[in-house]
Design a protein around this ligand. Structure first.
Ligand code: NDP
Length: 237
C-alpha cells in the first residue's frame, strides 16, 4: 500500500488501542506519521520502532501543549484526534475534577487541535475526530458525561466543516461502537450487555476502525465532510 506516501500525518493519542491501529495503517500506507501519547511511554516507543513513526509526549488535557504539538508539525495533510477517556458509572460518585478532565481531553483538545491544524494546512487536508456511537445513542445508565463529550464532537465537526470547506479541508468524526481495546475489552464485564444492543454481536477490531479512518483520510474522501461515519455493528440502529 502506498495510499499515504509522503503525507504528513499526526495522530493524537496513538500509543494503544484504536489510535495504535490508525498509526499502523497510515505507516503501512507510506505516511510520515507522528503520534502523541500521555502515559504509555513504553508502548509508544515500541510502536514508533515498529512503524518508523515519531512518538511525542503531549497530554491532551493540556490545551497549550496540544496546540504547540500540532503547530510543530507544520502543514499537516491529516490530523486524527483519537485521544479519549471514558468515565462510566454513577454520576453522583464522580470526582468533578475527573469529569472536567475528560471534557478537556475529549472536547477541548480535539477542538483546539483541529483549529490549529487548519491554521497550518496548505492543501486539501483531512481532520478526523474519533467520536463514538454514544454521541447518537446512550442506551444504558452511567454514560451521561462520556456521551456529552461525544455529542460535542458532532457539533464541532458540523461547524468546522463549514469553516474550512472552502479550502478543501474536510472535517469528520468516526463513530465506533464497542471496539476491543484496553478501554473496552471484548471479554470485559460489560461486553455481553453491549452485544445485546448490536445487530452484529461482537466487538469491532481496532483495525476495522482504522481502515474506515484511512478511507475518510484518503483520496476518495474529498466529498465527505461534516459527517459522522459510524462503525458500530448496528449498536445505534
Ligand atoms: P484506549 O484506552 O485503549 O487508548 C486510549 C489512547 O488515547 C491511548 O493511546 C492513550 O495514550 C491516549 N490518551 C488517553 N488520554 C490521553 C491524554 N490525556 N493525552 C494523550 N493521549 C491520551 O482507548 P480506545 O482505543 O478504546 O479509544 C480510542 C478512542 O476511541 C477514544 O476517543 C474513545 O472514546 C473512542 N471510542 C472507543 C470505543 C471502544 O469501544 N473502545 C467506542 C467508541 C469510541 P496513553 O496510554 O499514552 O495515555
Amino acid at each position: 500500500m502506498s495510499d499515504f506516501a509522503g503525507k504528513n500525518i499526526l495522530v493524537l493519542g496513538g500509543s494503544r488501542g484504536i489510535g495504535k491501529a490508525i498509526v499502523q495503517r497510515f505507516a503501512a500506507g507510506g505516511g510520515q506519521v507522528a503520534f502523541t501519547y500521555a502515559g504509555s511511554a513504553d508502548a509508544a516507543a515500541a510502536l514508533a520502532a515498529e512503524t518508523g513513526s515519531e512518538a511525542i509526549r503531549t497530554d491532551s488535557a493540556d490545551r497549550d501543549a496540544v496546540i504547540a504539538t500540532v503547530a510543530g508539525r507544520g502543514a499537516l495533510d491529516v490530523l486524527v484526534v483519537n485521544a479519549g477517556v471514558a468515565m462510566i458509572g454513577d454520576p453522583l460518585t464522580f470526582d468533578p475534577d475527573e469529569v472536567d478532565r475528560m471534557i478537556d481531553i475529549n472536547v477541548r483538545g480535539p477542538y483546539h487541535a483541529a483549529v490549529e491544524a487548519a491554521r497550518h494546512m496548505t492543501g486539501p487536508g483531512r481532520i478526523i475526530v474519533i467520536g463514538s456511537v454514544n454521541g447518537d445513542r446512550m442506551p444504558f445508565a452511567g454514560g451521561a458525561a462520556y456521551a456529552l463529550t461525544k455529542s460535542a464532537v458532532q457539533g464541532m465537526v458540523r461547524g468546522l466543516a463549514r469553516d474550512f470547506g472552502d479550502r478543501g479541508i474536510t472535517v469528520n468524526a468516526i463513530q465506533p461502537g464497542p471496539t476491543d481495546s484496553d478501554m473496552n475489552p471484548a471479554d470485559g464485564p460489560m461486553a455481553a450487555a453491549m452485544h445485546g444492543f448490536m445487530a452484529i454481536k461482537r466487538h469491532a477490531h481496532a483495525s476495522e476502525v482504522a481502515e474506515l479512518t484511512a478511507f475518510v483520510a484518503g483520496p476518495h474522501g474529498a466529498m465527505i465532510t461534516g459527517s459522522f461515519q459510524t462503525i458500530d455493528g448496528g449498536f445505534g440502529a
